[in-house]
Design a binder for this molecule. Structure first.
Ligand code: PMP
Length: 407
């Protein structure tokens, strides 16, 4: 049989598909998942810390006791039981009835990823501008690219998004910016958190320019140095679409997330979701509802915080002890990632095959920008590998960097 190449279809693809490119990095990731490679490239939560036997028993009961509903179609918005639980979860970060949050305005999604996609479907026409932190979440870039929108990055520093840079970007977009997509807390990939004072400043700028805010908050509950500043949505009730997920606090494999939308937007979101997936998985929603009603999920989050703090410390100590001069990095107070800036002259993408050969993997910074910048940066994950593997990974990475610098 002769192989059919993708080229045979090129002329048939929709315009939005033409910008989709396969990444050479993805091929390297297949190698990175080999056991001998220390992968600091992932973003997976440490699921082994869950009480897996108890979760398994809970799932079994779900099918046998609630089979007729948990294995059936459901409504597009998601079950009321889960939406009520979601409101309880959000109330822990200050999003509650006092600022207008209600189960009626929650839409259950297939992970935060579908949440971002639905927002794009609702608001983006080809050519529209999205403002986003530089760097930003790679999965959101994929959504905005598929919507044929143009992403303009707004600079961050150790205190998160820079208000003056946002103001400048909004003005430069001259009315074409549809929303600000932001991950204010324990940002992926930068690991920085927008300070309390800047949160209000950022909101004021958006309000003044009539710019919608899409707040993506998967990591807010995973802080390990005190509490995170309150989410943007806890400060204002209008003009903000809040997206979150159970992927990092419970299980990404269940693919359950949610959107809390302004009331006026919620109906359109449900219609867009129905056109997309009919309804979220009843079984997965049942599993999350059961988990939140019958299992010690708050304690579980506490234990994640402790595990991740220890791993973050291992990574930061390794970097401090081993990185070549000229390397800098962020010091996250929560979340899963450290963002490192390489010494002058090193190219994170070009270095990747040599890192893999030295049995360590990271994500080159270029993936987190829409415009090809980021070669001087790498993202390092600390949630998945245990501390001693992290240290070994940093040792290998430092060796590769020293060699590159000597070349
Ligand atoms: N937003 C951000 C910032 C993320 O880091 C992720 C996952 N890595 C998501 C959204 C989507 O996660 P999920 O679809 O698993 O909920």
């Amino acid at each position: 049989m002769t192989g059919t190449t993708q080229d045979d279809y090129t002329e048939r693809y929709a315009r939005r598909v033409r910008g989709m490119t396969t990444s050479e990095i993805r091929a390297l990731f297949a190698v990175a998942s080999r056991p001998e490679v220390v992968s600091l490239a992932g973003g997976s939560p440490y699921i082994a810390a869950l009480p897996l036997d108890a979760v398994g028993d809970m799932m079994g009961r779900l099918a046998s006791e609630l089979g007729t509903t948990s294995l059936q179609y459901g409504i597009g918005q998601g079950t009321i039981e889960l939406r009520e639980r979601i409101c309880e979860v959000m109330s822990l970060s200050g999003i509650d009835a006092s600022n207008g949050a209600s189960p009626d305005d929650v839409v259950v999604t297939v992970g935060g990823q579908q949440g971002i996609d639905l927002v794009a479907r609702l608001f983006l026409d080809p050519g529209d501008v999205v403002l986003a932190e530089g760097p930003t979440y790679v999965g959101a870039l994929g959504v905005f690219q598929a919507a044929q929108a143009q992403v303009r990055h707004v600079a961050m520093d150790a205190d998160g998004l820079i208000p003056a840079a946002l103001e400048e970007a909004v003005v430069a977009a001259a009315g074409r910016a549809k929303f600000l997509y932001t991950i204010p807390t324990y940002q992926n990939p930068a690991g920085v958190t927008l300070t309390d004072a800047r949160r209000d400043e950022i909101l004021d700028i958006c309000e003044r320019h009539g710019l919608l805010v899409v707040e993506d908050d998967p990591y807010g509950m995973l802080g390990f140095e005190g509490e995170a500043p309150r989410p943007l949505r806890a400060r204002r009730r209008e003009g903000i679409i809040y997206v979150s997920t159970f992927s990092k606090t419970f299980a990404p494999g269940l693919r359950v997330g949610w959107i809390l939308a302004p009331h006026a937007v919620r109906e359109k979101l449900v219609m867009a979701s129905e056109a997309n997936i009919l309804c979220p998985s009843a079984f997965a929603q049942g599993a999350v509802t059961q988990y939140l009603s019958t299992m010690p999920w708050r304690e579980q989050i506490k234990s994640y915080r402790e595990i991740y703090r220890e791993r973050r410390d291992a990574l930061l100590e390794g970097l401090r002890d081993l990185m070549p001069a000229g390397t800098t990095w962020t010091r996250p107070k929560g979340g899963l990632f450290v963002w490192a800036t390489l010494p002058e002259g090193l190219d994170s993408k070009a270095m990747m095959p040599r890192a893999i050969a030295a049995r360590v993997a990271y994500v080159p910074g270029t993936g987190f920008y829409a415009d090809g910048t980021g070669t001087g940066h790498i993202r390092l994950n600390f949630s998945f590998p245990p501390p001693e593997r992290i240290r070994e990974g940093v040792r290998r990475l430092a060796g590769v960097m020293e060699q590159e610098l000597a070349m």
